[in-house]
Design a binder for this molecule. Structure first.
Ligand code: BTN
Length: 253
């Protein structure tokens, strides 16, 4: 079904936000990255022909069933740029949990999972021109009403409809996210550590043995901590290595 923009706007508390809707687009992130002004700009699409995930993987989502959108922010204090990484998944989880009887977690760095199955992916892309000039594009895909997934991901992917056994009101969910995100964002600018702590509490695999793959090398150790910059801290036999989200994948076995 087509996303009902009028209904969505009715639910919004935030008059500041500028919204563009596309029935079909290549990628909401790609589109927003090319735009000249992106602050508080929300791009919603019912279908992406070239949806992207981390590591330039494809993000595939059935037309009209899920939420695929990007939100732009500009000129954040430089010390907060990388910490947005904590704010976004926490805001999504709190939104979904306030609407539905469900418990969600984070798989480092930015996957939202239910019983270890992914229901939401986040792609944050930033560009920094100077200390005070920067742009962030936050791309989010939430599996809402899709019940069939390509075979290669079906074992590790799920949707809200599959979990809750009911149709998900996408307009209500997205408006609740926006209504949650902006007040959180104000709080975040003053006390980012709140979101770091909330993020940490939700992180699965923390304290467990994991295998980190970086540049085709495998590192086995205990996922002992997440630094305040969002790095994964791996405690190995004789040393500690910190990994950035951009450069690794993590697997349990
Ligand atoms: C991941 O899990 O690797 C991140 C997936 C992010 C997908 C969203 S869908 C909306 C936005 N546009 C894109 O092309 N990607 C993000």
């Amino acid at each position: 079904m087509k996303f009902d923009l009028k209904k969505f706007v009715c639910y919004l508390n935030n008059p500041e936000i500028k919204i563009e809707y596309f029935e079909v687009i290549d990628s909401t992130n790609t589109y927003l990255k090319k735009a000249s002004h992106i602050n508080n700009q929300l791009i919603i699409a019912d279908f992406q022909t070239a949806g992207r995930g981390r590591f330039n993987r494809k993000w595939i989502s059935n037309p009209g069933e899920n939420l695929t959108f990007s939100l732009g922010l500009e000129n954040l204090p430089i010390n907060l740029l990388e910490k947005i990484f904590f704010l976004v998944p926490v805001s999504i989880i709190e939104t979904i949990e306030s609407l539905y009887d469900i418990k969600l977690n984070i798989k480092w760095p930015n996957d939202i999972v239910h019983n270890s199955k992914k229901i939401c992916g986040i792609l944050i892309e930033s560009s920094i021109e100077s200390e005070s000039k920067n742009r962030i594009v936050i791309g989010i895909g939430i599996n809402c009403n899709q019940t069939d997934f390509p075979e290669e991901i079906s074992q590790r992917t799920t949707s809200l409809k599959l979990i809750l056994n009911k149709d998900i009101d996408r307009e209500l969910l997205l408006s609740n996210f926006i209504n949650t995100f902006f007040p959180h964002f104000e709080e975040f600018k003053i006390q980012p550590v709140i979101f770091y702590e909330k993020y940490r509490e939700r992180c699965i695999l923390l304290g467990e043995e994991v295998c980190v793959i970086h540049n085709n090398n495998e590192y086995v150790g205990i996922f002992s901590d997440i630094s305040q910059n969002g790095e994964l801290v791996l405690q190995m036999m004789n040393n500690i290595i910190k990994f950035n989200a951009g450069e690794i994948t993590i697997k349990k076995d």
